[in-house]
Design a protein around this ligand. Structure first.
Ligand SMILES: Nc1ncnc2c1ncn2[C@@H]1O[C@H](COP(=O)(O)OP(=O)(O)OP(=O)(O)O)[C@@H](O)[C@H]1O
Ligand SMILES: [Mg+2]
Length: 295
């Protein structure tokens, strides 16, 4: 057993001959391609380039957060919240964001983006708006990738090396009795379930959240660090007793509720071409996101 482990060094007195490069190449080839068990002792004092590379790799890997607004309930605001959160973080907060649209077959975000692009090219008003935005922000639009539940994580992994992404949002469908969806959900760092103060919505969403928490979040291979509930489509006049009752229920079930809530507002409705909206959230939408939904 003792003899089995081979100690190997790429060695020469000549600097810059490729000692570190060859060490990493050989170690990775034997470990990842050939299936051997390998360790590296980095004595390259003081730069320790291999230790540093590994730290950088780990940091890169950890840095990008995968997030999905997810619930079984249709029309709860998954797509709307995905676009709002992605745009807010990307354009307002300066993070780098990507969106993986798995909302088959409608692919609403891909479609929105195509429509925005078309408008920005054909309509003078939008052209000017887009120009102003992009020159002011000095930032490209975030990528929107058309995908599906089965390939969502692979598509994200393919995208990651192409940019320094802080967040990737996944617009996933809601049918939980599907192995591919369960696999994709387990690959998220954070899940946010939109809720509204309606008995049917609440019952369905709470069931969903409990199942996700017990059967996906707890799994050994799950990447999930948090599952949060988010009030959406809140009627300002109504945010009273009913909400408190539901919040107590969620506390009982150990489901954390985000303090921020989204009001029910025409501004978040999808089809509003006529009102010439901007492709990024306007000040009032931003204010709503930053001040718990009060506009
Ligand atoms: N806070 C809000 N205020 C007003 N309208 C909203 C709000 N959130 C969502 N909506 C509207 O509700 C409708 C459904 O929202 P959305 O398409 O985002 O739901 P979804 O969960 O993605 O639905 P699906 O299950 O079909 O994918 C849309 O017309 C959307 O514009
Ligand atoms: Mg949707």
């Amino acid at each position: 057993m003792k003899e089995k482990t081979k100690f190997v060094a790429f060695s020469t007195q000549k600097g810059g001959a490729g000692k570190t490069t060859l060490t990493v190449l050989a170690a990775s080839y034997l470990h990842y391609v050939k299936g051997f068990n390998v360790a590296v002792i980095d004595c390259d004092y003081p730069q320790h380039s291999i230790v540093e590379m590994r730290e950088r790799d780990l940091k890169m890997k950890e840095k990008t957060k995968f997030v999905a607004f997810s619930t079984q309930k249709g029309g709860a605001g998954k797509t709307t919240l995905t676009v709002l959160a992605a745009s807010y973080l990307h354009y307002v907060k300066g993070f780098n964001v990507a969106v993986i649209d798995c909302d088959y077959p409608q692919h609403s975000i891909v479609e929105m983006r195509e429509r925005d692009l078309k408008l920005a090219l054909e309509d003078e008003h939008y052209k000017r708006l887009a120009y102003e935005q992009f020159t002011r922000l000095q930032k490209k639009a975030y990528p929107v990738v058309e995908s599906n539940t089965k390939e969502a994580l692979a598509d994200a992994d393919y995208l990651l090396p192409q940019g320094d992404f802080d967040y990737v949002f996944f617009d996933l469908p809601g049918t939980i009795n599907n192995e591919d969806l369960i696999h994709s959900l387990a690959g998220m760092d954070y899940l946010v379930a939109p809720i509204s103060a309606d008995r049917v919505v609440m019952e369905s969403t709470l069931n969903y959240a409990v199942v996700v928490k017990e059967h996906i979040m707890g799994r050994e291979k799950s990447r999930m660090k948090g599952l949060y509930m988010l009030w959406n489509m809140v009627d300002g006049r109504e945010k009273t007793e009913l909400y408190q009752v539901y919040e107590a229920v969620m506390k009982e079930l150990d489901l954390p509720v985000l303090k921020t809530f989204l009001p029910d507002t025409k501004r978040f409705r999808r089809e509003q071409n006529a009102s010439r909206r901007s492709v990024i959230p306007d000040e009032r939408a931003v204010y709503a996101m930053e001040h718990g939904g009060r506009t």
